[in-house]
Ligand binder design. Structure first.
Ligand code: ADP
Ligand code: MG
Ligand code: ZN
Length: 604
């Protein structure tokens, strides 16, 4: 029979506090009363007078106290004093010498000292247990991670509402995925010819390039059930729970076939297994289960496993072998056309001026991911609202690109005149060096308005179109441009500031890559001393060479950067009058466009 329980809304913490209060009260009042109430302390003269009045029934004389009872059975206690005739008097008064049991009975004391204090905790336990079984029954509320289900969210056809049309660019990825969609629509066509579709496809690419979005679009297009779960949801507190979830997920998927299972951020469970002692047992068990399940199901039935990750190099090789995730779909950062397309897709969601040209925006946002571009469009709309306009303009978009690149303008930060002057010379130094070299991207904007990213000013260079290859000259010019800021400071103020730290970092990184990865130094030739890890997430490099080579490498890098710094210095020295004029202009204007800059530069 089902007990009818009112859902209790009282929070657990309330019960804990209540218990603590009850315990304290019991300790202060009831326990001592129960345990000590039987013996009354009296003075020796009371004992003597009671002896005289023949009121004493039993007596027990110990080393330090005398315990005695009256005729009614009340217990008394008094201290022992020197009294040699005491025994004689007691005997005459008719007292019996017997052992008196002043302690409460064993059972009562056990009850009082052990069971009663535990009672509240037992009650809390029962309460939690009930609440938990209720949560498991109703399948929600994962209290203490005790949920039994796989936790996969199932999308019924088109419930996401996202189609391939919502994903701009990424044509190759869409093409590969639409084959999977087609298979799910019409498996017969493929079966006829004997083709087996890949059981799994792995979407790899940097964060924010639309991997999750693509998977949702597949769900929207395919018209089949779509199970979506994040890799992290498999990771549980208890060993074995993750594996159980995987089993459950694939059981459900098999029942619903044809269908798609999407595991987002699969690197959380798919990391390479290593033989280390104390490795992550739970994760490995989950991965093993996943491997088994992917082997186990029948490919022709139409369960397709999609997974996304931005750390493909950390995945276990067993996961990538044919028969599991054998199709690898790169989802790369968008190129210029892709960026324009993504901007357009997201611009549909906001009100925009008619004459907006997306191309310059996309050019400025070189290297931006889809997510960043979506953010840029939204920032533009927000900026329009802030200014009280009904639609966003070209300018809004342009400004929001810079917000995403460099952060908001920091109006509160007031630079001193001297600092402002230094920053102006620094930025013009960059721009001038860039403009005076032939293989540099044109300067689009120079500003000395501080940004929230910490930049006190910056020079925006925008490449014309996409760049996939960089020549040695271009790289060298880039390093030269990086050093230009500091060189200008040195030339004009004969002192240096901390403002160049970011330039220095980038110049060093470039120079190091040239020497250790691109084979662009005469001394080392075409040897790679560095390998890139994690190319999609920042890309840190790990060095693999002898300490001697490393020393030489470092020297080479220093020499390379120094050479470029001197080149920048020369360029600035020969154009010093222009440097002063431009820096002055920037100082008064705070922001100048590339056009203004070029005009002033070309004036004699
Ligand atoms: P991830 O690759 O990290 O999984 P998401 O798929 O979650 O990236 O993308 C985040 C957001 O970026 C999407 O919700 C979408 O608004 C935007 N986005 C990314 N790529 C594209 C694209 N190719 N077309 C349109 N929007 C995109
Ligand atoms: Mg994602
Ligand atoms: Zn700089």
């Amino acid at each position: 029979m089902q007990e009818v329980k009112k859902p209790s809304k009282t929070p657990l913490i309330f019960y804990c506090i209540l218990t603590a209060v009850i315990l304290l009260l019991l300790n202060a009042t009831l326990f001592p009363a129960l345990m000590g109430s039987r013996v009354t302390d009296v003075t020796y003269d009371v004992f003597m007078s009671m002896t005289q009045d023949k009121q004493i029934d039993q007596v027990q004389i110990e080393d330090e106290r005398i315990l005695f009872s009256d005729k009614e059975g009340n217990l008394y206690e008094t201290t022992v004093t020197q009294d040699p005739e005491r025994t004689q008097r007691l005997y005459e008064a008719g007292a019996t010498f017997e052992e008196i049991d002043s302690q409460p009975s064993l059972l009562t004391s056990i009850l009082l000292t052990w069971v009663l204090p535990l009672l509240p905790f037992i009650l809390i336990g029962v309460f939690i247990n009930r609440k938990m079984s209720k949560a498991v029954k109703s399948g929600d509320g994962m209290m203490f991670g005790m949920n039994g289900g796989s936790g996969a969210k199932m999308y019924v056809p088109s419930s996401t509402g996202i189609r391939f049309a919502d994903v701009a660019g990424e044509d190759e990825a869409k093409e590969l995925l639409s084959e999977i969609v087609d298979f799910l629509h019409d498996p017969g066509k493929y079966r006829e010819i004997g083709a087996v579709l890949p059981k799994g496809a792995l979407l790899v690419g940097p964060p924010g390039t639309g991997k999750t979005l693509l998977a949702k679009a597949v769900a929207g297009e395919a018209n089949v059930p779509f199970f979506s779960i994040a890799g992290s949801e498999f990771v549980e507190m208890f060993v074995g729970r993750g594996a159980a979830k995987v089993r459950d997920l694939f059981r459900q998927a098999n029942e619903k076939a044809p269908c798609i299972v999407f595991i987002d951020e699969i690197d959380t469970i798919g990391k390479k297994r290593d033989g280390q002692i104390g490795g992550n047992d739970e994760r490995e068990q989950t991965l093993n289960q996943l491997l088994t399940e992917m082997d186990g199901f029948d490919g022709s039935k139409g369960v397709v496993v999609l997974a996304a990750t931005n750390r493909p190099d950390s995945l276990d090789p067993a996961l990538l072998r044919p028969g599991r995730f054998d199709r690898r779909i790169p989802v790369e950062l968008p190129d210029l056309q892709g960026r324009i397309a993504i901007l357009k897709v997201h611009a549909k969601k906001i009100r925009l001026a008619d004459n907006v040209d997306f191309e310059p925006i996309a050019k400025t946002a070189a290297g931006a991911s889809g997510a960043e571009l979506a953010n840029i469009v939204n920032e533009a709309a927000l900026r329009a609202v802030r200014d009280g306009r009904k639609f966003a303009t070209q300018e809004d978009l342009q400004e929001s690109v810079e917000v995403v690149i460099a952060g908001y303008q920091k109006k509160s930060r007031v630079l001193s005149d001297q600092e402002k002057k230094i920053v102006a010379y620094h930025e013009i130094g960059h721009a001038l060096v860039a403009a005076l070299q032939s293989h540099s991207a044109p300067v689009q904007k120079i500003t000395i308005i501080p940004r929230t990213s910490g930049a006190l000013g910056y020079t925006l260079q925008v490449d014309d179109g996409d760049h996939f290859l960089m020549s040695k000259e271009e790289l060298l010019n880039k390093i030269c441009t990086f050093t230009g800021g500091r060189a200008a400071e040195e030339l004009v103020f004969h002192s240096v500031t901390t403002g160049a730290s970011n330039d220095i970092e980038q110049a060093t990184k470039l120079a190091r890559s040239m020497v250790s990865r691109f084979g662009m130094s005469d001394e080392f030739g075409m040897v790679a001393f560095e390998t890139m890890n994690n190319q999609y997430l920042g890309g840190d490099a790990s060095l693999s060479c002898s300490p001697e080579t490393q020393t030489k490498l470092d020297q080479k890098v220093v020499a390379l950067v120094e050479e470029q710094r001197q080149k920048a210095m020369e360029l600035l020295k020969t154009n010093e009058s222009k440097l002063h004029r431009l820096a002055d202009y920037l100082y008064t204007q705070e922001t100048i466009t590339g056009e203004q800059f070029m005009n002033m530069l070309n004036q004699q």
